[in-house]
Design a protein around this ligand. Structure first.
Ligand code: NAP
Length: 311
């Protein structure tokens, strides 16, 4: 079985930053990512708040650059999904569908995936007008009217991206006040393609082979009505990607990984960084900062292990 000093699970900002640091510290590093490099950032059109890029940088571009940087210092990157992690011989055995690896320490950086609305029609019509990624699917909605659900940064940022294609969009938000940052709120309010439907939830998504209609309910008055639409984009937050960690490390009630202030989990030698971590600020720059911190903590842990074994 192949053995490494550090396993990093997840190839987003936190994972790749951790990999850059552990590789540069000459620790043998394997990074396992189940989909594409960059995680959520790769699905973002433009990153405008990462320092050093005054004109912004596309999510895809910064993701590729982070991967390239980690590989340059020796990180091995494999596209495999981790199924199980178990303690073994003072280290950890990690199983994926493709194989097994032996690790001395682990950094969990799996981030989170989009939350579903959980209404009738959503699952059936996903990919047929229901989308969770404007950057991926926006171009399919040229000259259409669409619905965007949510009132956070994602809803407005992705909505602004959609205005390149669509005729108009209705932001359906369950409250009367947006959660998004003021700069995005200003841009959305100034854009003539935006309309806001306040205090309203989507209760049903309808259509024969593709989305044609959404059923809306005003949460204040209880009034229901139909809105004809060519598509619905859902941005209502995230759920942590920690299913495979249940029973291995301690999670909070929402499923995020609990850590100490040194980013160590309930299992010695296992660290967590970025959005998957309970209490993390959900920004690329802070995910990268946590990736660095977790890498330094893993390095200190391994140095301590080596000292003890030499005694
Ligand atoms: P978020 O900030 O958690 O916002 C989710 C939105 O969806 C909220 O407005 C929430 O309503 C609404 N919502 C949640 N559950 C719902 C449900 N079941 N039905 C209807 N509406 C529901 O999520 P996000 O916008 O994806 O952002 C996640 C994090 O990433 C945030 O920290 C954000 O700042 C960050 N982010 C930053 C940028 C940027 O810096 N440009 C871009 C994207 C994301 P309530 O407001 O009523 O709770």
């Amino acid at each position: 079985m192949v053995s490494y000093d550090v396993l990093i699970v997840g190839g987003g900002g936190a994972g790749f930053t951790a990999a850059i640091y552990t590789s540069r510290a000459k620790l043998t590093t394997l990074l396992l990512e189940k989909q594409t490099p960059g995680g959520q950032i790769a699905l973002t059109d433009m990153v405008e708040n990462y320092p050093g890029f005054p004109e912004g940088i596309t999510g895809l571009d910064i993701s590729k650059r982070m991967e390239e940087q980690a590989k340059r210092y020796g990180t091995e990157v494999r596209y495999e999904e981790v199924k199980l992690i178990e303690k073994q011989n003072g280290g950890f055995q990690v199983n994926t569908a493709q194989g097994s690896y032996q690790m001395r320490s682990i950094i969990l950086a799996t981030g989170a995936s989009f939350r579903m609305l959980g209404v009738p029609g959503e699952r059936e019509l996903t990919g047929r007008g229901v989308s969770y990624c404007a950057t991926c699917d926006g171009a399919f909605f040229k000259n259409k009217e669409v619905v965007v659900v949510g009132g956070g940064d994602s809803a407005l940022q992705e909505g602004l991206f959609l205005t390149r294609f669509v005729n108009g969009l209705s932001v359906v938000h369950r409250r009367g006040k947006l959660r998004a940052s003021p700069i995005l709120q200003d841009r959305a309010r100034e854009n003539p393609k935006f309309r806001f439907v306040w205090d309203t939830v989507v209760t049903r998504i309808e259509g024969k082979n593709k989305v044609e209609n959404v059923r809306l309910k005003n949460v204040r008055t209880g009034e229901e009505n139909d809105l004809k639409t060519g598509g619905i984009f859902i941005f209502i937050g995230h759920v942590p990607a920690t299913e495979f960690l249940k029973g291995f490390v301690e999670l909070d009630e929402k499923g995020y990984v609990k850590t100490s202030d040194k980013l160590e989990t309930s299992v010695s030698g296992v660290f967590a960084a970025g959005e998957v971590r309970a209490g993390a600020v959900k920004q690329l720059v802070s995910a990268c900062g946590e990736g660095c911190e977790a890498a330094l903590a893993a390095q200190a842990y391994l140095e301590q292990l080596d000292l003890v074994s030499k005694k």
